[in-house]
Write a protein that binds this ligand. Structure first.
Ligand SMILES: C[S@@+](CC[C@H](N)C(=O)[O-])C[C@H]1O[C@@H](n2cnc3c(N)ncnc32)[C@H](O)[C@@H]1O
Length: 268
């Protein structure tokens, strides 16, 4: 896929012009800061304090994602990178008669999630310790795949393969709902990417990304996007659907019967 010409945001060109350019996704995505192993170690380390950040800066976009997902009771739902389970318990509440799977690579985040979920008293779920590049599920299993604040910590070259993997496990007509930090659309939103550029630790390795071209390259249809800002953190909430046609080339290339659980008490 041809990537748009990289460019930094430049509000000196005038706010409206810059905003239009951002919406056209004509700007650079910064390099991911951490490799896979560093990400696992980082989230294991910050699991005990993660909720502070997760609630203060991300709850509004997560709430909007739940509304857009419009989960119907009885559906089979997958949450990828469920973290400490802030969203997972909300999915469970809306899906008492269905089934919910959650995956994450950090055992410490999963431990926190497990404690939070236990308080709901619901039993219709399973957590899996695994890398989302190789989901331990058969194809076409889920009505909904949700993931929040994952894409913004991963390398750009992983976006399409990972989205194809999400597409593989979704049923035809299934919904993909994602939230991640995106590029600033207002001057004050630039604060967080400034922190990222300065290599300060506050963002846990997140930088602004946009999903549209990658989601479309992975063969999804009907893309829609909303911008949400909370405490200056710019997020995009995106929705797309797996079509009823044959898989796209990208999907076929990356479809696999992989079973990548790294093993622990959390598995299928
Ligand atoms: C910023 S947190 C978001 C957690 C949760 N979705 C939320 O919104 O509160 C990112 C999460 O992605 C998980 N993660 C990172 N890389 C992953 C991968 N390759 N596969 C599965 N989970 C991953 C991390 O362990 C962490 O829990």
């Amino acid at each position: 896929m041809e990537r748009p010409k990289p460019r930094e945001t430049d509000f000196s060109r005038g706010f409206e012009e810059e905003r239009k350019s951002i919406l056209n996704m004509d700007y650079e995505i910064l390099e991911a800061r951490h490799n896979h192993q560093e990400i696992v170690e980082k989230y294991d380390r910050i699991a005990s304090i993660y909720d502070l950040f997760g609630i203060l800066m991300e709850s509004k976009a997560r709430q909007r994602a739940l509304e857009i997902a419009a989960i119907r009771d009885g559906e089979r739902v997958l949450e990828v990178a469920l973290g400490t389970g802030l969203n997972f318990v909300e999915i469970l509440k809306r899906n008492t008669r269905g089934w919910v799977d959650g995956v994450d690579v950090s055992s410490k985040m999963l431990e926190k999630a497990e404690k939070r979920i236990a308080k709901t008293g619901q039993k219709n779920y399973k957590l899996h310790l695994c890398d989302c590049r190789h989901l331990p599920f058969d194809g076409e299993l889920f009505d909904v795949v949700m993931s929040e604040y994952l894409l913004d910590i991963l390398p750009v070259e992983d976006f399409v393969p990972i989205l194809c993997e999400f597409g593989r496990v979704l049923k035809k007509g299934g919904r993909l709902i994602m939230v991640h930090m995106t590029k600033a659309e207002r001057v004050w939103n630039r604060f967080y990417e400034g922190i990222y550029r300065l290599q300060l630790p506050l963002l846990a390795g997140c930088r602004g990304v946009w999903a549209k071209p990658f989601i479309e390259a992975a063969g999804f249809e009907g893309f829609s996007r909303e911008f949400v800002s909370q405490m200056g953190l710019p997020s995009e909430v995106v929705r797309a659907v797996k079509g009823f046609g044959p898989p796209s080339n990208g999907g076929a290339r990356h479809a696999r019967a992989s079973r990548g659980s790294v093993g622990s008490k959390y598995h299928s």
